[in-house]
Structure formats: structure tokens, C-alpha cells
Design a protein around this ligand. Sequence first.
Ligand SMILES: [Zn+2]
Length: 126
Amino acid sequence: MKRALHESIEQDDMCLPEAVSRDLLVAEVHAWARRIGVEDRLREIHIRPMKRKWASISTRGRLTLNAELSSQPAEMRREVIVHELVHLKLNHGAHTKLFRTLVKAYLAQRAGLAIDKAPSPRQSPS
Ligand SMILES: [Zn+2]
């Protein structure tokens, strides 16, 4: 299950079409933080193994991402990142109707991330 060796060899090769390095994961977070308008409040980004969840965020702007997230598909990474940053934006951890609406809205306007270099074949929604 441990991916340390695998990562050290393949991290920069981008063999997996959708997997990213940790640096890129952090870059994705910053890109979304800018878009969502919380870049000033996002103080720390930590990437480490987490047992039970993909990510967590504190109201003081400390974001922790599960290290496994970097090997998840882009869609999954995006959902997790946006989810946490909207918590930061709203300054609470509740999944209110407003929260869910905002998450959906940000995920809908997905184009334009600088790091989404190659458009995926299924990019355009029907
Ligand atoms: Zn949540």
C-alpha cells in the first residue's frame, strides 16, 4: 500500500495521465484559492497521509490534504479542494444549502486552470 518508492521514481514522469506531483497539487490549491477569493486567508497547506478523509481545513486557514489525493483523478482533486476552500470562504464547517450551492457553482466553472494543460476529451459538458 505504501507508495513512497513508487512516488520517488515516477513522480516527475507523469506516467499516470491524471496523477500529479505534490507541487502541482499545491499549485491547484492556489489556483482555486484565487478563484474562490480566499488566497489571503489560506495560510498553510499540508500534505500528509490521512486515514479517514481526503482533506480538512481550519477556520484559521490551515489546509491539510491527504497525500493519496495527488494520485486521484483531476475531477476528484478538484472536488476535494473546492469543498475545503468553500468552507474557508464561509468560515464554518457546515454543509449548508449555501455551501453546497457555492461548491456546485465553482465546480461548474472549471475551465481556465493554468495547470489543466491538456484538455480532457470529455471536458465539455452536454
Ligand atoms: Zn465539508
